[in-house]
Design a protein around this ligand. Structure first.
Ligand SMILES: Nc1ncnc2c1ncn2[C@@H]1O[C@H](COP(=O)(O)OP(=O)(O)OP(=O)(O)O)[C@@H](O)[C@H]1O
Ligand SMILES: [Mg+2]
Length: 465
């Protein structure tokens, strides 16, 4: 291909993508600058193109400039989060990467790519505020946030009792806890019970799902940020400081970036944290309860969970069996849940028919107790004046059945992982369509959390409303 075509290609390419791009030549003169970058920085494209970096951005100090660092020192900056005010005073947060282009040992250009994460940042700030209000003393607390204790946990199955006894032991001491259980098996219930039945009960209990937050923000959320870290960054305490003296539940810890996992390990070993960009060591005393919903050995083998971190956290190891592995608990749980929803909906449904119990026992509950609870809740709320709940009142979710048919048809010569991904994407697509693109409805239908669904939508490149 002719050399001059490359220029055309770059020009078209940077128009297409939704990241901001700025490319300067060896003299620091702007050669490419796209509209996305211009609207992020609130400048005109023509004020940057063919202008030297200094002229285009006179207010940027040399020492702060990642562009100059790349150009003059050939030093790359990757994934740096920046918060700054644009010309209109609006606070913008971006994640930037700036790299030098080196040819024959000489820096011939520098490229900066920026992604606007202002909205995501705002969302995470809101989350932090919410977490904070959750941890405040009772009167100010939003009392819809339920505090669970061991009294709320039902189940008599032998393996389940083993898990429960370990959790009770855990409440008596202060060691880290590692809980493995599929979605809806009661990990949060266990974690809260351990906290609220232990010595730390009057201190905060905070929870963070590591899969729900973009990787670049998680570190700041956990450890806080410091004013010195980058232009415009604010001093903010993270969850470790907020939970000081109490307990921090880290859900889906395997979704935490590998590097951050090693930082977390260091914090656990040294008992102090350092805010992102900060210099000060801040002592913290936080009990960690970590959870995963896939077998930890597999997560370690897949390189998603650091072995050293796992051993550090797995001091008390709890494995909550899936509901289909303790089918003997289904009648017990169903009855307790029936009682619960009778009260809530002021109904007088006293018992389950034999047929109803049989139907409940025949289901395989990919959503575990949460799924069973939804089935009972729906049945009781729809129930009429009968005192007995029969199989006709029970509406079993269908998504699993569709899943089963797909799985049985598996005969293609492709890796199982990839195949399962395709099946999952198909099921989600169908559910989305059925729900008219509404994400909350789709999540309900699939009996997964909204956050989980959003994660998957991104993964499979699907969109909802
Ligand atoms: N043993 C149990 N007894 C009573 N209720 C339970 C039990 N296990 C789970 N539940 C109910 O199921 C729901 C889900 O529980 P929880 O949020 O603790 O699950 P989880 O394992 O944290 O799920 P996820 O991985 O999706 O976060 C809760 O509303 C809880 O009331
Ligand atoms: Mg949970």
């Amino acid at each position: 291909m002719k050399k001059e075509y490359y220029e055309k290609i770059i020009e078209e390419l940077i128009k297409l993508i939704d990241e901001g791009v700025y490319i300067v030549d060896e003299k620091g003169v702007g050669r490419f600058y796209n509209d996305v970058m211009a609207s992020m920085e609130k400048v005109n494209v023509e004020d940057v193109l063919d202008k030297k970096f200094h002229e285009a951005f006179p207010e940027v100090r040399n020492t702060d400039s990642t562009m100059l660092k790349a150009l003059l020192k050939a030093e790359p900056t990757v994934g740096q989060q920046q918060t700054y005010k644009n010309f209109y005073g609006k606070e913008i947060t971006t994640v930037n990467s700036t790299i030098p282009i080196i040819s024959d040992g000489k820096t011939v250009a520098a490229i900066e790519v920026a992604k606007d994460i202002t909205d995501i940042r705002r969302m995470s700030d809101t989350l932090l505020e919410l977490q904070k209000s959750k941890s405040e003393p009772a009167p100010q607390r939003n009392n819809t946030i339920k505090r669970y204790t061991f009294d709320d946990i039902y189940g008599k199955n032998e393996d389940f009792q083993v898990a429960l006894n370990r959790a009770r032991k855990a409440a008596e001491n202060d060691a880290s806890v590692f809980i493995y259980g599929e979605t809806g098996t009661g990990k949060e219930l266990f974690a809260q019970s351990i906290h609220y039945c232990g010595k730390r009960k009057d201190k905060p209990f905070l929870a963070q799902n590591c899969a729900a937050i973009p990787e670049s923000l998680l570190e700041g959320i956990l450890f806080g940020t410091s004013k010195g870290s980058f232009t415009g960054a604010v001093d903010r305490e993270g969850m470790f400081e907020q939970a000081n003296g109490g307990t921090l539940l880290l859900d889906e810890i395997s979704a935490m970036p590998y590097d951050l996992q090693s930082k977390l390990l260091r914090v656990l070993q040294e008992d102090y944290i350092r805010r992102v960009g900060g210099m000060k060591d801040i002592p913290v005393n936080v009990r960690i309860i970590a959870t995963v919903n896939e077998p930890p050995e597999e997560l370690i083998a897949q390189g998603k969970l650091r072995k050293d971190l796992f051993y550090r956290l797995n001091v008390i190891s709890i494995q909550i069996p899936a509901l289909r592995e303790r089918a003997d608990d289904i009648p017990v749980l169903a009855e307790r849940l029936l009682e619960k929803y009778n009260k809530r909906f002021e109904k007088e449904i006293w018992m389950l028919s034999d047929g109803a119990i049989k139907k409940l026992k025949n289901h395989d509950y990919p959503g575990n107790v949460r799924e069973l609870e939804n089935i009972i809740e729906q049945a009781v709320s729809m129930g009429d004046n009968e005192h007995v709940l029969t199989e006709k009142n029970l509406v079993m979710p269908t998504a699993t059945r569709r899943g089963k048919i797909q799985a049985v048809e598996y005969e293609k010569n492709i890796p199982l992982d990839k195949y399962l991904g395709e099946v999952e994407a198909k099921i989600i697509k169908a559910a989305l369509l059925e729900a008219g693109g509404n994400i909350s409805k789709t999540a309900d239908q699939l009996q997964i959390k909204r956050q989980t669904l959003q994660h998957k939508l991104k993964k499979y490149n699907l969109t909802g409303k």
